[in-house]
Design a protein around this ligand. Structure first.
Ligand SMILES: [Ca+2]
Length: 573
């Protein structure tokens, strides 16, 4: 191995001494032996402070030498040459402009400050108590935290997690739910385990599940609606570039509920930001008016209230009426739009009993299963679909509407924390709500620019969603398609998968677990447009049923033989 021209041995010693104790060296030495792994694991350890570029090249080759000798001593010299060639390519590609993890703390980004940048060794992550779904069982990563201030009133927290070894070369941005709030470490953990550089934000909300932070802060409403997600993505790409020395090969969005809404707003407003967007059960803001209408109809007056103990009885009656319409009595209503169940059949003949509904309760159930309309019959928001009865408590359980819905009227529409939801008028106040959100939170189906950029959009929604009427997503999909000529023309870049029996973003009686990210990777990176997605349902972590989810308007049809719990016996049509 020849010495690089101009390399002074003193510099090399400085370099090795400056980096030899770095924990990432040990991460590098643990890497498996494939060439891409060598390359990606070399990336994070270059250009350490006080380490001249050429010395670093030499040092990286030494790392490669040690590593390769450990895995295959006989091949040491040829592979060492390969390592040097890779190092040379990295020089050519500008990778040597990359920074160490700690060095990212000094990265200058407009309207942002990096508050910490530290390597978290494998298994050492300590998720905060409030973090849902996060665990310490993570590979080593560089954890970057930043505060973003796109306006003087903004205070957006974001994090970017960068795999120290085995980066897949891609960025995953994960969405937030409801009113935003704590960063979703669970979703970040999943992305990191897949090898992604992954980023998430709190949407500028320092609280959990409440909307008061936007009260009197119009800039924070903009941050919540779309700006925090955009700023987060722009900064995350810059941090990826600084750390690895190159842009992500692909960038994806994955979010459900509020995160689905966020993804659709990014597609509309920043069409070149992502190569693929996964938007589940998108929380169309019109649902707030719908939820307050249902609150007034279902529990404002005690006589209208249906006790949750009656929900299973109603659910069974709905299944008795509608389960078999799809040709298969399997506890699932494949297409609830074909189910026209009248709760009148459950009306008590005499006094109120657990097995029947009083006359006002019949009316309540009818209202729940009907769309919200104006006095002249124009639809304001679709209905809660039959099949959701076990979860009616979310909207009809009382005693108050959830802050998720109520806070939009208190703090955005009426700007009055004492506003009384009992005064709600559907027609008047839903119009005010639409007006208040049209420039911020409202969805826009005109995604031609996103499609023009080559973006792929994977929409999904549970038919048994108890919180956002699934028909809203069907309407959105139909609007997107209509704006692009026809469903056939748009099916190359946008697909909607409706999940029978799936509740809000998961759960429920139907198959509700499926790998959206792999589906999107296949679509974007290998051109495999998803014709079905296999979903599973589990009880106590044991899978008891699989089924294909089908691109709307197709449904999964039973082939006629074999287990009805096995996806292989179904075809989308
Ligand atoms: Ca069925």
């Amino acid at each position: 191995m020849g010495r690089s021209p101009g390399l002074r041995s003193a510099s090399l010693r400085d370099c090795i001494s400056a980096t030899g104790s770095d924990p990432r060296l040990h991460a590098v030495l643990r890497q498996p032996s494939s060439a891409p792994e060598v390359r990606s694991s070399l990336l994070p350890v270059r250009n350490l402070p006080g380490c001249p570029i050429l010395a670093c090249v030499f040092w990286e080759a030494r790392v490669g030498h040690l590593f390769l000798r450990n895995t295959d001593g006989m091949m040491m010299r040829p592979l060492l040459a390969v390592a040097l060639v890779i190092a040379g390519m990295l020089v050519q590609s500008g990778v040597l402009g990359a920074q160490s993890c700690e060095g990212l703390a000094r990265l200058a980004l407009p309207n942002a400050s990096i508050t910490s940048a530290q390597v978290v060794t494998a298994g050492a992550f300590e998720p905060p108590d409030s973090a849902v779904g996060a665990s310490s069982d993570l590979p080593a990563f560089c954890r970057v935290a930043a505060t973003l201030k796109p306006s003087s009133d903004s205070d957006i927290k974001t994090e970017v997690w960068l795999p120290v070894g085995g980066w897949n070369g891609k960025l995953l941005a994960v969405g937030n739910g409801g009113w935003g709030g704590p960063i979703d470490y669970g979703a970040m953990s999943d992305g990191l385990r897949r090898g992604y550089a992954v980023t998430a934000t709190d949407d500028g909300n320092p609280t959990r599940g409440k909307g008061e932070f936007v009260y009197g802060h119009p800039e924070k409403l903009i941050d919540f609606a779309y700006r925090s997600e955009h700023e987060m993505t722009v900064k995350a790409k810059a941090i990826v570039r600084a750390f690895y020395g190159r842009d992500p090969r692909y960038s994806y969005w994955d979010g459900c509920s509020g995160g689905g809404r966020e993804g659709l707003l990014q597609a509309y407003r920043y069409p070149d930001e992502f190569d693929g967007i996964i938007a589940g059960d998108p929380a169309d803001f019109r649902r707030n008016a719908w939820a307050l209408w249902l609150a007034n109809a279902t529990f404002k007056n005690p006589v209208d209230y249906i006790p949750p103990s009656k929900y299973p009885m109603i659910h069974q009656a709905v299944l008795d009426a509608c389960d078999a319409i799809d040709g298969l009595k399997d506890g699932l209503i494949d297409d609830p739009t074909r189910c026209h169940f009248d709760p009148k059949v459950l009306q008590c003949a005499g006094e109120d009993k657990p097995s029947c509904l009083t006359a006002p309760q019949v009316q309540t159930a009818r209202t729940i299963l009907s769309p919200a309309t104006t006095r002249s019959g124009q639809e304001i928001f679709p209905r809660l679909e039959p099949g959701t009865e076990l979860r009616w408590g979310r909207l009809a359980g009382g005693p108050e509407p959830a802050p998720l819905f109520l806070d939009y009227f208190k703090f955005v529409v009426f700007k009055n924390p004492n506003w009384d939801w009992r005064t709600f008028d559907l027609e008047r106040d839903s119009a005010l709500a639409n007006q208040a959100g049209e420039d911020t939170v409202a969805l826009n189906p005109d995604l031609k620019r996103f499609a023009g950029h080559g973006g792929k959009l994977l929409l999904y929604h549970g038919w048994a969603d108890q919180q956002v009427a699934p028909g809203a997503t069907v309407e959105f999909y139909n609007s997107v398609s209509a704006m692009n000529g026809s469903p056939a023309a748009s099916s190359a870049w946008v697909r909607l998968f409706m999940a029978p029996g799936m509740a809000h973003c998961g759960g429920g009686e139907g198959p509700n677990t499926f790998d959206k990210i792999s589906t999107m990777e296949q679509w974007v990176e290998h051109g495999k447009t998803p014709d079905q997605i296999i979903a599973s349902h589990s009880v106590n972590s044991k899978i008891d049923r699989t089924r294909p989810l089908c691109p709307y308007p197709q449904t999964a049809a039973y082939r006629g033989s074999g287990s009805t719990d096995d996806a292989a016996n179904f075809v989308c049509r």
